[in-house]
Design a protein. Structure first.
Length: 297
C-alpha cells in the first residue's frame, strides 16, 4: 500500500514515518506542505492521501485556519478528479461547546467560531463529493517532536523554568500521535483490502482528564524521572485556569465505532506519556551537554 502524506514536519507525519519503517507492507511519500495537484497524484499514484490535523484551531491564527480549510478543499478536488481516497484528521475542538455525554460520530459539529465553521464546511463538502473518505476526529495530539507536538512543547517550557497554564474545567482525552499513526495505517490497510468502511470516526486516548491534570501529571512524571537520574532542574510550575464556572466543558469522543469496524483499540494516554518520557530521557543520555546544562540550572 502506498500512502501520500502531507505536511512533512507535522508530529503525525513523523509518527506515520516511524510506523511505516517498522512494517514491510507500507510505502510512504511525504510532501513538505499541504499543496497538492492532480499532476502530483498522477506521478505518485497513491492508494490514499493523508492530511494531518490543524491542532488547537480555536486558538490558532484565523488566517492559518482559513488556509488549512482551503488546502483541504483543493486536495479534495484533486482526489475526486483521480478517485483517490482521502483521509483527513481533525481536532476535537470542532465540538466547540462540548457535550455532557461522549460524542458519537454521527454528531456533526456546529461551532460558533468562524474558523471552526470553515473546517466543518470542508468536512461537509468531503462527505457530499468524495464517497471514499475517512474523516478522523482526534483528541488533543501529543508527541515529542514535530509541529503541533504538544508534549514536546510542555517539556521545553518546564525545563526552561517557564510556567504552564491549563484549564481545570476543560475535559478531553489526550491522544498519542504514535497511536494514531498505528491506527490509521491499520484502517487504511483494511480499506485497501476491500473493507469499504468509509465515513467519520473518532479516535482518542482512554480516560477523560482536564487539561490542568494532564499538564500537572506530565510535570510530576518529568520531575520523578529527573530526580531518579540524579539531575537537579528547577522546573516551571503549572497554574490552573477556569473559564467554565457553571460546569466543565467536556469533549470526550466515543470511539466505539472504530473498534467495531476496524478493531482499533484506544491506547491509555498515561502509558503513552510514560513511554515518551522514557524515550526523552534516553535521548538525553546521548546528549551529555543537556544533562550538564540542567545541573548548572
Amino acid at each position: 500500500m502506498k500512502l501520500l502524506i502531507l505536511d512533512a514536519g507535522h508530529c503525525l507525519s513523523l509518527a506515520l514515518a516511524r510506523e511505516a519503517n517498522r512494517r514491510s507492507d507500507v510505502e510512504l511519500l511525504i510532501e513538505p506542505g499541504l499543496a497538492l495537484t492532480v499532476a502530483r497524484l498522477d506521478e505518485v499514484r497513491p492508494d490514499a492521501l493523508v492530511i494531518p490535523p490543524l491542532s488547537r484551531p480555536l486558538t490558532a491564527d484565523p488566517a492559518a485556519v482559513t488556509a488549512h480549510a482551503e488546502a483541504v478543499m483543493a486536495c479534495m478536488a484533486a482526489c475526486r478528479a483521480r478517485d483517490v481516497p482521502l483521509t483527513w484528521c481533525v481536532s476535537d475542538q470542532l465540538y466547540e461547546d462540548g457535550f455532557e455525554s461522549p460524542i458519537d460520530e454521527h454528531v456533526i459539529p456546529e461551532p460558533r467560531d468562524e474558523g471552526l465553521r470553515q473546517l466543518v464546511a470542508a468536512g461537509d463538502r468531503i462527505r457530499a463529493e468524495l464517497p471514499r473518505h475517512l474523516i478522523v476526529r482526534l483528541g488533543p495530539l501529543f508527541a515529542l517532536e514535530g509541529s503541533h507536538a504538544w508534549l514536546g512543547e510542555l517539556l521545553d517550557t518546564l525545563m526552561a523554568g517557564g510556567d504552564l497554564r491549563a484549564e481545570s474545567d476543560v475535559i478531553f482525552c489526550p491522544t498519542s500521535a504514535d497511536a494514531v499513526a498505528m491506527a490509521l495505517i491499520g484502517m487504511l490497510q483494511q480499506q485497501h483490502c476491500g473493507a469499504e468502511a468509509w465515513g467519520s470516526y473518532h479516535l482518542a486516548g482512554t480516560e477523560p482528564v482536564s487539561a490542568y491534570t494532564f499538564v500537572s501529571m506530565v510535570r510530576t512524571q518529568l520531575s520523578t524521572r529527573l530526580e531518579g537520574r540524579g539531575e537537579t532542574v528547577a522546573l516551571g510550575g503549572v497554574k490552573a485556569l477556569s473559564h467554565h464556572h457553571d460546569q466543565p466543558l467536556r469533549r470526550v469522543l466515543n470511539c466505539r465505532r472504530v473498534l467495531n469496524v476496524f478493531g482499533v483499540h484506544q491506547k491509555p494516554w498515561r502509558l503513552e506519556v510514560g513511554r515518551m518520557l522514557d524515550a526523552w530521557c534516553l535521548a538525553r543520555d546521548d546528549d551529555p551537554g543537556a544533562t550538564k546544562e540542567a545541573d548548572q540550572a
